[in-house]
Ligand binder design. Structure first.
Ligand SMILES: Cc1cc2nc3c(=O)[nH]c(=O)nc-3n(C[C@H](O)[C@H](O)[C@H](O)COP(=O)(O)OP(=O)(O)OC[C@H]3O[C@@H](n4cnc5c(N)ncnc54)[C@H](O)[C@@H]3O)c2cc1C
Length: 431
């Protein structure tokens, strides 16, 4: 890493082209002393810093590039309940923790909604997420979702759609049905991340961009170093996720970066919108390797998917993703693609986010396996609770043993790619 070279600017995405604020926080060039130092300004880092600042801690937030530069500023913007792996935690602990898990499932959504309101963050939030079934067998999931909501007296709107209704509402015959939930939704993720960082800054969080952390000196007050400065704190939180290479002795080969890619069309006419998504809901399929799409505030179709687990970048994102979009919407064949971009998802083998402590005062959370918009916010709260001494939810995750693949990360990625090939084939069968 060249320490004199500034970090990178945002990738050329639709989001970067439509930000509310171009951030320009300073580089760290001196020595600071705070209660908590957070490394990485994606949702995990920013949400944690904001929660800690709300609770009166002094916080420094160090970002290698720009606020929201990683997956948080590039994702599909689908605000979906749940945390991947919760079902495995439930299996381990049984019914005694069913209510805690149900609350955790929705807590990330609630935090986001509370913050948008409290800090007046303009990020195009829309209610409504529709999970769709490319295979007839997946319809059974939707009955389970409805049953779960009935059990918990769910007060928000939800509906199971049959094939006819799905065809009528999405203007495609690609799906056998869908499950609509209005407590979920979609938003402009980069504007949310930047808005939360602004709120944190207003509460006193010291934010530094273009300040990659190069190492941590452990001790009773750990010291985090960048090329030109350092921060000493009571505790450190590592939130670099799939982009981080810090603490390899403890964290390497735990999270595997996988590429996911998105294209954004030109703005679509009102007639086309009326045919393909008049309710303006986010849509994601129920496959293992998902495709997802939604409309932006200026009526572009943002279509993403095709996770690449091997670590090899596609030669052209558009030629990788556009055929998938045309399978769902052949009528868009003449529509111009204005933006194409990709980002790294952090995959964990057992799909449970890797939350834990390297020692008493260095925490980490990473690996949301492609589903992080809401879970990052939950984890920020859980880590903030742990720092203040409340460990109940923290321990549910921290006590999970994560398997670290032997060998280099490249080998790990090839093993995962091979494993995922099985699921990709399974997704294709029975359409
Ligand atoms: C294309 C794509 C689409 C997705 N779609 C969705 C979706 O629709 N819904 C959903 O729920 N999830 C989605 N996800 C997943 C979701 O975006 C992530 O789970 C989530 O944003 C992870 O947030 P994070 O803060 O942990 O990591 P990131 O957002 O990746 O942030 C990590 C930050 O740490 C910084 N960093 C790393 N190392 C250092 C260092 N040494 N020093 C300082 N800074 C450092 C990086 O520069 C980066 O800014 C998608 C992901 C991708 C890539």
């Amino acid at each position: 890493m060249n320490l004199n070279k500034p970090g990178k600017e945002h990738t050329r995405s639709y989001y970067a082209a439509s930000v509310n604020e171009v951030t320009a926080y300073p580089q760290l060039t001196d020595h600071r002393s705070v209660d908590i130092c957070v490394v990485g300004a994606g949702f995990t880092g920013v949400a944690t810093a904001l929660t800690l600042a709300e609770r009166g801690f002094s916080v420094a937030l160090l970002e290698a590039n720009r606020v929201g530069w990683g997956a948080s500023g590039r994702n599909g913007g689908q605000m979906i309940n749940g945390v991947s792996g919760l079902a495995k935690i439930r299996k381990r602990h049984g019914d005694s923790i069913a209510d805690i898990l149900w609350d955790m499932k929705w807590r990330g959504n609630d935090i986001i909604r509370e913050r948008i309101q409290k800090y007046n963050i303009q990020c195009d939030l829309k209610d409504g997420f529709l999970e769709v079934a490319p295979k007839a067998s997946q319809i059974a999931y939707f009955d389970e979702y409805a049953e779960e909501r009935r059990r918990h007296d769910f007060s928000h709107e939800y509906e199971i759609w049959d094939r006819e209704k799905t065809r009528a509402m999405l203007g495609t015959d690609a799906f056998h049905g869908g499950f609509l939930c209005k407590r979920d939704g979609h938003l402009h993720p980069l504007n949310l991340c930047i808005g939360e960082a602004r709120a944190a800054h207003d509460l006193g969080v010291q934010i530094f961009e273009q300040s990659p952390v190069t190492g941590i000196e452990h001790g009773s007050r750990p010291r985090v170093a960048t090329g030109q400065g350092s921060v000493e704190a009571k505790a450190v939180i590592l939130a670099g996720n799939a982009y981080s290479q810090l603490e390899p002795e403890h964290l390497s080969n735990l999270v595997f970066p996988a590429g996911s890619y998105i294209i954004a069309t030109e703005p679509l006419s009102d007639d086309v919108i009326e045919e393909i998504n008049p309710l303006d809901v986010a849509v994601c399929d129920a496959n293992e390797v998902v495709d997802y799409f939604r409309l932006s505030a200026d009526k572009r179709l943002l279509f993403g998917g095709a996770c690449n687990y091997s670590g090899r970048e596609p030669d052209s994102i558009q030629s990788y993703i556009r055929p998938r979009m045309l399978r769902v919407y052949p009528r868009l064949k003449d529509v111009r693609i204005d933006f194409e971009w990709g980002g790294k998802i952090g995959i964990v083998l057992n799909r449970i986010p890797a939350l834990g402590r390297i020692n008493d005062n260095v925490y980490y959370c990473q690996g949301y396996s492609g589903h992080g918009v809401c879970p990052t916010h939950l984890m920020g709260e859980i880590m903030s609770d742990a720092i203040a001494g409340t460990l109940e939810r923290f321990d549910l995750f921290a006590n999970i043993k994560h398997f670290r693949l032997p060998g280099s990360q490249w080998i790990g990625n090839q093993i995962i790619a091979l494993g995922m090939l099985y699921y990709k084939i399974k997704d294709r069968i029975g359409r």
